[in-house]
Design a binder for this molecule. Sequence first.
Ligand code: ADP
Length: 447
Amino acid sequence: MSHKILIANRGEIALRALRACKELNLKTVAIYSTGDKELKHLRLADETVCVGPASPLESYLNIPAILSAGELTGADAIYPGYGFLAEDADFAEKCEASGFKFIGPASSVIRKMGDKITAKNLAEKSDIPTVPGYTGVLPNDEEELKNIANSVGYPLIIKASAGGGGRGMKVVNDETSLIASIHLTKQEAKNAFGNDTLYFEKFIQNPRHIEIQIVADGKGSTIHLGTRDCSMQRRHQKIIEEAPAEGLDKTKLEKTLQACLKLCKNISYSGVGTIEFLYKNGQFYFIEMNTRIQVEHPVSEMITGFDIVKAQLKIGLGMDLDLNQDEIIFRGHAIECRINAEDPESFIPSPGLIHKMHPPGGLGVRFDSHIYSGYMVPPHYDSLLAKIITTANTRESCIKRMLSALDEFFVEGIKTNHSLHQRLLNDQKFCANEHNINYLEEVFLKK
Ligand code: ADP
């Protein structure tokens, strides 16, 4: 039977999904908003459906409109990508209830892993190292709260169990601001997520961000594609990612990889996913699991030759996929630079007309992007324009290749963070792999 996939996303990830569908001979339906008529993948899809106005709430987040588009076109599966509805358990549930296959884990699994306390407890049960803290019910009594906080130790971070996207968190340096911070975070969590359950974690200072890519076929086979280092971030947004993460404690890494596979088995995970950690002084600390494809998946693909999006589609559609860890051969190093439509210094978004652009190319250079000369970057969405990915035998040669790729690449008409990448790739701390998640904002940009 031939399947028809509705791609419920836009931009580069919609194009990435479309390419994978083509390779698998799957028919495609591309949805778009009225502000997105010029998207590249619309010209390549078998069918296209406009699902609403430019505002994301009325289009890419509009569940009834997306499901109607699926029904109208006779799609049998929905591919969510990242962002928008990709980790919305209600959306996955509604897809399932409307007879569509949701390309991702079961809605019940998305729900569990979307609740940070539940996810943390499940991770601990599978021997995944977590950040020391307190996930029990927090009392109302201020003295009791102070005692709990003391036992965790300062500095600590108050987190909303339903939090996400970097919201619903507050760092507390000492007891004087504890109670006020709890009240504030509770109120914020209630307003933003409709759930004010909080927990405490020890605040890890200047860690690296390390993550592990897993693939589970839902039939008992689970493999990992190794690590990624995504420590170069601004406001919790990753800017440069690489694979593998270098310089990790080998014994701890091996144990953590095995524990991640155990977690996937224990929660009957089906699909691709990422388990994220903070890493400091040789220790891994679980922070969350993302139950979707991630922006930075290409670096893992480039060092393994494993097509993560194709695997995701095959698993979601119940097609045969041989997952065998022994067949995953890690080779070389890969780096991804996220090119955003923004001012490289003020970071103010810069939508508008791309008069002219030229992608980089050559050996070991991959360009994942939906932009082209004459494309109008709409102001309504995320500013990601392109991902440049370079692959080489070593980290050092990979950086050199990226610098050369950046020299070739140009976009005229709008501002991009192209020059920020050039400066970062020449930075001594980055080249020595000595940066951490706060380096860009607290050191590099203050130079
Ligand atoms: P979200 O789901 O909102 O992205 P995460 O739990 O993944 O939240 O945390 C987002 C970011 O907050 C992390 O990447 C890290 O920079 C910071 N963070 C979270 N927990 C801690 C912690 N215990 N110590 C230090 N930083 C933390």
